[in-house]
Ligand binder design. Sequence first.
Ligand code: ZN
Length: 199
Amino acid sequence: MRLKLLQVGEPVLRQKARELSREEVLSDWTQALIVLMHQTLRDAPGVGLAAPQIGEGIQLAIIEDLAEYSRDLPPEEVAARERTPVPLHTIINPRIVSYGEQKVEFFEGCLSLNGFMALVPRSRDVVVECLDEQAKPRTIRASGWYARILQHEIDHLNGTIYIDRMDTRTFASVENYKRYGGVLSSPQSLSELKTAAED
Ligand code: ZN
């Protein structure tokens, strides 16, 4: 079953989600929600889904980056993004406790802002503390694309969307990103684009 993906403008996407208690995490309702969110994420498809995106203002998100999602991308793009498969897992009540100093910029999109992308600067490395779906404390040390996914999803749980952080002049339709993106996705061209954007 696919849940409805709320689009930007829905108030729940702009509110800080509430934390879940251990009992709530282990409840049948939450466990069923995780399964439905996973089906929705696979169907989209996407690499991350936060509960506010399906209308639930709770601090819960799921992440899964399958190898097949990168199969058709240029290898140099996959390498530049440091994108490696991430198995399905759930983050609950997450906090980013450490940001790496290095920032990297790549195009990203959002299932709640269908059809658009933009360059978003984010930390290359983060450390996240959260609970897993069994309510067990976890510490996640992530870098590369996985670190970006974590930052994007945790933003959702705090009412923030990538458009709040993007380089606004790079905002593009997916159609145009595909049309020009092959050029824009190489680091050299990105710096050219940024230079152009500063004109
Ligand atoms: Zn999103």
